[in-house]
Design a protein. Sequence first.
Lengths: 435, 377
Amino acid sequence: MSVIAPKFRLGYLLKGVIDNALWILVLVTLIAIPAIQIILIYIDLPVIDGVLWDPFRTLDAITHPERALPLMKAFMQTDLFKVVAFPGFGFAALIAAAVIFVERKMLAKLQLRVGPFYCGKVEGILQLMADGLKLISKEIIIPAKADKPIFWAAPVLFAATAAAFVALIPVAPGWVVADIDLGLLAVFAVIGFFPIITILSAWSANSKFPFIGGIRALYQMVSFEIPLILSVLGIVLLTGTLDLVDIIESQANFPWIIFMPIGAIVFFICILAELERIPFDLPEAESEIVAGWLTEFSGMMYGLVQLGSYLKLYAFAALFVVLFLGGWNGPSIVPTFPAEIINEGIVLMPDALVIKDIPGLPLFSQEMINGTVWFILKTVGVIFFILLPRGVFPRVRIDLLLRIGWYKLIILAFVNIFIALGLVYGGIIGPGGIL
Amino acid sequence: MTEQVLPGLQLEKVDDRIMTLNVGPQHPGSGHMRIILRVDGDYIVHCDPDPGYVHRGEEKMAEYRNYITNIPHLERPVIHDSCNILYPYCLGVEELLGLEVPERAKYLRVIAAELNRCVYTQYWLGIYGIFLGHSTMFMWPVGDRELFVDLLEKMTGARVTHSYFVPGGIRNDVPPNFEDVCLRYVNYFEKRIKEYADVFYDNPILISRTKDTGVLSKEDAIKLGTTGSVLRASGVDFDIRKKEPYDVYEELDFDTNVLKEGDSYARSKIPWLDMFQSCRIIRDALQKMPKSGSVRVKLKPNPKGGDAEVYRRVESGRGALGMHIVSKGKPQPYRLKMSVGSFRNLIAMPHLLTGEKLGNLPPVYWSLNYWPVEADR
């Protein structure tokens, strides 16, 4: 009998982990530290307290926790950090990368395969990086009579719109890139850009299969946006606000999915359709229209669209968590910091000659860490259910898809609205309700 | 005399509503051929399959080689079903040369042919799955197919192009413990293919997508000359293994699967049901097979056929596969004509696809049990 999957061996795993750690050490020692020092040589360093700061002194200052920590804490409150790193792009891209890895491995296990195995030595964790490098190094080919400016702009716009969507999602108390009063409305405004970008790119490629794919995407996205918005209307009726942060805070005791399971199901199916994932991946139906509106994209243009679609996947899953699963709310699982550390700072090296107090700890508050942990757990759970149909379902046909959207989901969404209205007028929840 | 114009090269009136799509030959959903489609919105108004992309001139090649050296290249059109495509050739040449095949060789031929039919069907089923966007249904059959590929490797020495059948028997006997191993593999295989119902055939999305699409009525199926699973899915009980039994098929216990619907769901289900019958045939043949004996009659070095014509046909994975061999007393055949199931089923394709939606192209096309390389020969 043929070998279906190599056996898991702890030795191989440990060897892979140690190999990777050694490689990181070697690269940091040989490249990163010399590079930083060389850069510091060419930078005009300031004169502080009458002393010229040479590279050594600067490095020394950076590595001293007493000086570095307050700086880091101040930096984390800036908008730049929020946009680039934590609740914004960096965090979402990290989750997207993890999702791609999990999707590949999970699908492989489901289909009696191995999946990525060699790249990165430990279960193929660096496969995504290898794919990215390959995409970057590939030649970009543009069809002869394509509308070049729009064709070039489409992938960038797609990734940028997805990133804008990510920016609207509140992750933890006080941690949201764009905290606006009409958050939910802004979300739907941003979602409304995706069909435009899709049809623009499809039209500008001047090719038949992208055109059909673009038209299909347009049909699909437009007809599923209506039940998507209607399914959320119940929550807006109950909470009386469009602010995503307020919606999360209204779920401190119970998530809305308890009262509106129908709305949650409608919203989830609409997510699948908006994301063009199986079973609703008609715009990319491989056997009919090659790759749909992505057919003519090559190299990093394709990579950007993929990045955008996985950012979109994260953002939609996070939106589901925010609206129906209570966002960052959850029991406290992170222990509180000792009060003396917060008030007096931590004492490093008490037995040494130099005793240093480090102020400014902890870097993140307890609520923030707790909220982030709950948010990530819930989002990963939702993403798992978004990925799962890929292994089980075939693709539906466009007329069946539109029938699902117009005949079934819209009716279910209205049922959900009536449930919400009943709850409001019955005086159970909502403004002035019992709960 | 009018000049014959190739499809796709004619001058046509341009209609603004109609878009011409060239599906293939370089297209993930076409196979090695081109399908010229004209679509009006989402509806196919005209379908023009254009085979011939992988034409290799097998029939002409056969005229320059003698009866034994014809064997390896004749199986090239369907390397996944290479035992079945050699079967009519060997039967025909045996009739020409007047050879009597030993009993054990007949049973082993049937076992090899049925194993190979399963291997082909699994591959076909995998592609049917990926055509419908069901990637699990691609991986499972292709993985389970390995069982029988390994078994055939034990039997014949090659994984795909076996060249196992020769005029007068089979090339070599099976290894000593073959019966036990084969029985074990077949039992496991049957258990595995039962699970396809859960993931594929009972899937509501698949049923909603393929039921009542590309319906071929019983009369049309007969008129268009379709064969094999396409014919049986339209309600015609026609299986050459039953109607014109060759070798030992009449002594073996199996049924023919017939469905009445004639849609692409029924057409996709028939080969899967046939695999259960193949397992049954193999188990029965293993039981009834003589445990020892010769497997090949001795041939002269360069056998010459008489002045005669033979036509023999068998049931391959894609339907009736016939070979017409004309001999003029030379070591080579004077003419060899193959009649393959793929090409005969392709004729039904424009009939089925016209008026369908574009999304129905893959399920209808691939449910015709069509293998482009075999159709081009």
